[in-house]
Structures are given as structure tokens and as C-alpha cells.
Design a binder for this molecule. Structure first.
Ligand code: ARG
Length: 466
């Protein structure tokens, strides 16, 4: 039997209990070790509740003032590290209330009028997750800013574009950077959409059915920055879809970060040398002196594992729960805390890496011209200048690639006569399209890789994210 069970029954809910709880029960039941992260939100919610109770004449003004003052004292104790958390008091709500009783005495017991821990925790957690929506959006915008700066500097730097990680066609550095800006823009959009949906206040739903006290749910919703109160008390206390939407948006965003991280790992390798990562975001090896490892990128690449894991975990906790509140829901917090921490750290680390990274332009340019990357330009030229059907142009180009490959050279290195041996109609003009700079400059279609289009998009994005 634990200390708690030696004591009288629990002071918060022990009215019908004759003894305390077993130590193992305490261990499985208590959430204070993690839900202490909701302290600020808990106090904010309670202060709003107390003010509303007084405004509605349910609490006297002097009791409400004592409660609100006492809660502020507790907040400073918690933030200053002097607060003693007790496992026997289970969770943050009861820890705060018990301390309030020590500080102000009897009025503390009146705070819980017209509410329950069920609407209390649902409110606290929503407030916490709402802050994470905001943090994710600003983290994403910071990363977009770093990518846009790279895109602007390198709007006309050429590099190989890949499909299947095989050289496909030349693209511009700026275009490649902006591809991630687009992905991140949709990520921020998902966080924004979900935030608008989740911004309803559960407080006042009480245990599950609402309350007989004449409360004003609109007032508490307003005070806590919610757009409105949740319209159904059963739903308000029991669903956690606001956290699930956060986790799914976070999973998709982390997946995008993981793709970029993978590119940085490849690009910074000795075989590619497309970029140099800064020392600030790399580590050395304890045994191989030449090594500079892209650890931050590798860790970001891996974070999707725990973020998506959190999504699966909470989805699984929630499935099959009957209405309304079930204690299962207490398991919502740790995965969300961990996923949010992982996402914010990944965004910050990626922003630092991207801001610092230096593209090796000469290497990129040489690589852009290798692998017959302008073969499509050649085929397009045959269609445009000689009026050939694309299928035939494709075939002729294939023969020219085979010819160059046999000679161990690139397409622009073939002599005109050699080209004409494959198709007599080819003229000197073909060499204009074989250079990578011309190739990228020609791809002016909307959304294409030409420096012109890239610069337009840079301007638009700078307006959008300010
Ligand atoms: N610690 C609990 C949780 O996180 C608070 C709500 C407890 N409600 C109850 N009816 N036991 O879910």
C-alpha cells in the first residue's frame, strides 16, 4: 500500500471511499509527470471560469478575486520551480486546486462549481495544442524564408533534375528550392484550416451533460480566445480530433522535411558534393578524421517515425471509445507533446541548415550537363525545327545518345556531321538547345524551371509570407 493509501481517502473525490489507492493504481492513474506541461493553460482556464462564475452571480466577487489571485501565485510558483507536484494528487488539475486550498482556504473549493475535470482537461489540452498550431505555422514560415532566400540567390543556377534519382533534365537551383516552399505552404495551410476548426471551447460542458448553473459559456470562450463554445457537451468532453488533426498535419509536414533531409544527406556526400553544410549543423567522427556528417539532416529524416507513430498511437487510443469521457483519453497527451517537440525542433534545425548551406555551383553545373540531360531539348528541337512527329524525334535522339555514349562524350560534343549521319536534316542551330543554360531558359511554361518563372514565384512567395 502506498503512502496515499495510508492517508484518508482522496481529498478531491474520496467522499465515498474508505481508503486510499494501491501504489500500482496510483502509478497507472497519475498523469502529473506529464500533464504538468498544461499548468499555464489550466490556470488560464480556471481564472476565466472563476471570473465568469462571479459575473453570473454564482460566486461572490471576493471569492472569485481570491481564487484568481491565488491561481496567479501558483503559476509563478510553477514557473519559478518552487511548486511541489504530488503524484497522490494525480494530475495537474488536482495539484493546482489542492495548492489553491492551502493558499486561500475555503473559496478554493468553490472554483469547481459548474465544471468537471472532463471539460477542464479538454479545454487545457485544446489551448496547448492551439499554441502548437501557431508555433508550427511560424516554424514553417521561417523555413520557407530560408528556402526562398536560396531560391532568389540561385534562380538561374543550373543543376540536374532527377526522376528515379537518374539524371532527367536540367533544372534551376531556385526551382528545386521552391518545390519545398510549395509543399511547406500546403503544410501551413493544413495547420491553419485545422486551427480554425478546433477553436471552440469545451469549458462548461461539465462532466458530460452541461450544468444546471446559469453559466455563460460564450464569456469563457471569449476570454480564452476561442471563437465560440463547443455546441454539444458530450462531444466537447470526449473527442480529441483537434489533436489528431494536428498530428496528421504534423506527419505530412515531417514527411516533407524528411524528403528534404534525404536530399541534403545525398547532396553533401563526397560523391555528389552539390552542397556544403555548415559546421554548425554537422558533426565529426571520433575515429575518422576526414568525416563531416550531416547528423541534423539524418535526425530530421528520422523524426517522421515518432511523429507518425504518435498519430497512429492516438488514433488507436480513440477508436472504439464510447461517449462521453473515458480515462483512455488521458493517453492523448504524451504522443502529442513528443510529436510537437519533435516537429518544432526539426523545423528549427532545417531552417538553420538551409540558411547556412552553400551550393557548389560549379559542381552543380557540370552535373547538370552530364547524363545526356538535354536529350529532351534535342527531341523537341527536331519536332519544332524539322516538323517531325515527337515519337520519331524521340527515336532519332535515342540513336544520337547511343552514338555519344559509344564515343564516351556528351551530346554537345558530337560533330554536326556525326549528327547528320543519324538524321540528314539536322543543322548547326541544334547546338543552341544542347547547352544547359539554354535548356532551362527555354522551359518558360507556367510552373516551369526557367529563371524567369522562378523569379516570379520568389516575388509571389515573398508577398505571401511577408
Ligand atoms: N487526468 C485526466 C485526463 O487527462 C483528467 C480528467 C479526469 N477525469 C475523470 N473523470 N477522471 O484525462
Amino acid at each position: 500500500m502506498s503512502d496515499a493509501s495510508q492517508q484518508a481517502a482522496n481529498q478531491m473525490w474520496g467522499g465515498r471511499f474508505s481508503s486510499g489507492v494501491d501504489a500500482i493504481m496510483e502509478a497507472i492513474n497519475a498523469s502529473i509527470d506529464f500533464d504538468r506541461r498544461l499548468a499555464r493553460q489550466d490556470i488560464e482556464g480556471s481564472r476565466a471560469h472563476a471570473a465568469m462564475l462571479a459575473a453570473q452571480g454564482i460566486l461572490t466577487d471576493s471569492d472569485a478575486a481570491a481564487v484568481r489571485e491565488g491561481l496567479l501565485t501558483i503559476l509563478s510558483e510553477i514557473e519559478g520551480g518552487s511548486f511541489t507536484f504530488s503524484k497522490a494528487l494525480e494530475d495537474i488539475h488536482m495539484n493546482v486546486e489542492a495548492r489553491l486550498k492551502e493558499l486561500i482556504g475555503e473559496p478554493a473549493g468553490r472554483l469547481h462549481t459548474a465544471r468537471s475535470r472532463n471539460d477542464q482537461v479538454a479545454t487545457d489540452f485544446r489551448l496547448w495544442v492551439r499554441d502548437q498550431y501557431d508555433a508550427a505555422i511560424s516554424g514553417i514560415e521561417a523555413l520557407q524564408g530560408a528556402l526562398i532566400a536560396q531560391a532568389e540567390a540561385g534562380a538561374d543556377w543550373v543543376m540536374p533534375g532527377f526522376t528515379h534519382l537518374q539524371v532527367a533534365q536540367p533544372v534551376t537551383w531556385g526551382h528545386h528550392m521552391l518545390a519545398y516552399v510549395e509543399m511547406l505552404g500546403r503544410d501551413a495551410g493544413r495547420f491553419r484550416d485545422a486551427r480554425a476548426r478546433m477553436n471552440e471551447c469545451p469549458l462548461g460542458a461539465a462532466a458530460l451533460a452541461g450544468t444546471s448553473f446559469p453559466i455563460d459559456r460564450h464569456a469563457t470562450a471569449d476570454a480564452l480566445g476561442f471563437d465560440r463554445p463547443c455546441a454539444n457537451s458530450l462531444d466537447a468532453v470526449s473527442d480529441r480530433d483537434f489533436a489528431l488533426e494536428f498530428l496528421s498535419a504534423a506527419s505530412i509536414c515531417a514527411m516533407h522535411l524528411s524528403r528534404l533531409a534525404e536530399e541534403l544527406v545525398i547532396w553533401s556526400s563526397a560523391q555528389f558534393r552539390f552542397v556544403t553544410l555548415s559546421d554548425a549543423f554537422s558533426t565529426g567522427s571520433s575515429i575518422m578524421p576526414q568525416k563531416k556528417n550531416p547528423d541534423a539532416a539524418e535526425l530530421i529524416r528520422a523524426k517522421i517515425g515518432r511523429i507518425f507513430g504518435a498519430n497512429v498511437a492516438l488514433m488507436t487510443v480513440m477508436k472504439g471509445l464510447p461517449l462521453a469521457y473515458c480515462k483512455d483519453t488521458q493517453e492523448d497527451k504524451e504522443p502529442v507533446f513528443d510529436a510537437a517537440d519533435s516537429l518544432m525542433l526539426s523545423l528549427a534545425a532545417m531552417t538553420g541548415m538551409v540558411a547556412d548551406m552553400v551550393a557548389n555551383r560549379a559542381v552543380l553545373e557540370t552535373a547538370a550537363a552530364s547524363g545526356f540531360s538535354t536529350a529532351t531539348d534535342l527531341a523537341d528541337w527536331l519536332v519544332r525545327e524539322l516538323g517531325l512527329p515527337f515519337r520519331e524525334a524521340h527515336h532519332i535522339t535515342g540513336a544520337l545518345v547511343a552514338l555519344a555514349e559509344g564515343k564516351g562524350c556528351d551530346l554537345p560534343d558530337l560533330a554536326l556531321a556525326e549528327m547528320q549521319s543519324v538524321h540528314a536534316g539536322i543543322t548547326e542551330g541544334v547546338f543552341d538547345v544542347l547547352g544547359v543554360a539554354n535548356s532551362v531558359a527555354s522551359r518558360r511554361s507556367y510552373g516551369g524551371t526557367s529563371p524567369e518563372r522562378v523569379r516570379e514565384q520568389v516575388t509571389l512567395w515573398k508577398e505571401r509570407i511577408g
